[in-house]
Ligand binder design. Structure first.
Ligand SMILES: NC(=O)c1ccc[n+]([C@@H]2O[C@H](COP(=O)([O-])OP(=O)(O)OC[C@H]3O[C@@H](n4cnc5c(N)ncnc54)[C@H](O)[C@@H]3O)[C@@H](O)[C@H]2O)c1
Length: 358
């Protein structure tokens, strides 16, 4: 088992990762000082696959366990779903010390974190991410949220989990397209922070797609280390943490303009990363060679690298709705060559248009 620590003073926690962690996580959770009652929040599909294993592990460790199912899908990451969870927590008489566990992908993780941040003004929660995207990204760092009809993740809180358990065995049942979405985020970490890791991914991308265990563990661990390092330096995204949004600014606009239906989050991020790399190239921040390497790796991973027929004005309008807009200026994360980034607010609409229609 590998462990990565997220250093945040008294809110620090560990990310445990490896094979076979789910059946044995009950005893580890017992070591985190919490109440005896636990509520697991999950969806029907994941509950069917892994609910019993988790339940046995928790009851074996002496916990009293209840499961709350929420419907599967981004369209249910809403305040209405949160209210239904509050209702159940009140029925079950969950108390301040009673932890919630999120078992599934980022949708469940984000909403569970949001409910944990707000129910009784804050109860502990634990992340057990079962998608690759959630394992390398959404389960770490304490960004919790629900969507608003006018924008993604507009309602939320920064609220850190008590622990994260990543069992790579759960990825065996994850559809290939979902694996690729996680790989998009893994590639992002190489681009923004670690040139050697990017090279490692270039050498091993096929094995990673095929879930080679050594490559998978190394890639998840390195991604978690990079995210943990950035989050511990800038928990509330006053500055540095924004680099984690590389590719997300345009990615979010693409998701929103296609009504969250055409592309999965990771696919939209993959396209967004290509546009961000192109903006970096056109602004003189990176070489043609580095730009090509980014496009080639995303392509080799089987992820989309372009979108046709985008209404560029609508994209620009949508960019202004992003939470990262500061003083009416869109902040772009550009790459300073592979492995390093720059936060930049002075990109002209003309250049954005040029890059979007490339
Ligand atoms: N909080 C953050 O920092 C952060 C970061 C990135 C993304 N996000 C959010 O994460 C969400 C996307 O998360 P996601 O990509 O995990 O999507 P998801 O939670 O919708 O999961 C994708 C699908 O995989 C299924 N699934 C989950 N685990 C499975 C398994 N082991 N086997 C088979 N099927 C399984 C789910 O039921 C679902 O249908 C978005 O809402 C996004 O905004 C949050």
């Amino acid at each position: 088992m590998e462990v990565v620590n997220v250093g945040l003073g008294e809110r620090s926690y560990s990310i445990y990762m490896g094979k076979g962690l789910l059946p044995e996580c009950g005893n580890r959770i017992k070591n985190i000082k919490t109440g005896k009652k636990i509520v697991v929040i999950t969806n029907p599909a994941v509950n069917k696959l892994y609910g019993d294993t988790l339940k046995n592990s928790l009851t074996g460790a002496g916990f009293i366990v209840n499961f709350v199912e929420i419907p599967d899908g981004e369209e249910y990451k809403t305040i209405n779903t949160a209210v239904k969870i509050y209702d159940r927590l009140i029925d079950i008489k969950m108390e301040r010390e009673s932890p919630l566990i999120a078992l599934s992908g980022g949708v469940t993780g984000d909403i569970t974190g949001f409910v944990a941040a707000t129910y009784l003004r804050g109860v502990p929660y634990i992340q057990i991410p079962t998608t690759l995207l959630a394992q390398v990204d959404s389960s770490i760092g304490g960004k919790t949220a629900v969507n608003h009809p006018r924008g993604k993740n507009l309602i939320g809180a920064f609220y850190q989990p008590k622990a994260v358990f990543i069992d790579i065995d759960t990825l065996r049942t994850l559809p290939k397209e979902e694996i690729l979405c996680g790989i998009a985020e893994i590639i992002k970490y190489g681009i923004i922070r670690d040139r050697d890791f990017f090279e490692y991914l270039e050498d091993n991308i096929k094995k990673l797609i095929n879930l080679n265990e050594d490559i998978l563990i190394h890639s998840i661990k390195r991604s978690c280390e990079i995210k943990a390092d950035v989050v511990s330096k800038d928990e509330r995204e006053t500055d540095l943490r924004a680099i984690l949004n590389f590719g997300h600014t345009i990615g979010h606009a693409i998701e929103s303009l296609t009504n969250y239906k055409k592309y999965r989050h990771g696919e939209a991020v993959a396209i967004g990363m290509v546009y961000a790399a192109r903006l970096s190239l056109e602004s003189g921040f990176c070489s043609n060679k580095d730009y090509d390497r980014v496009v080639n790796l995303i392509n080799a991973a089987g992820l989309p690298t372009a979108i046709s027929g985008l209404n560029t004005n609508a994209v620009i309008d949508s960019l202004y709705l992003d939470k990262k807009v500061k003083e009416e200026k869109i902040r772009f994360i550009l790459m300073n060559g592979i492995g390093s980034t720059e936060i930049y607010s002075d990109i002209s609409h003309e250049l954005i248009r040029k890059v979007l229609s490339h």
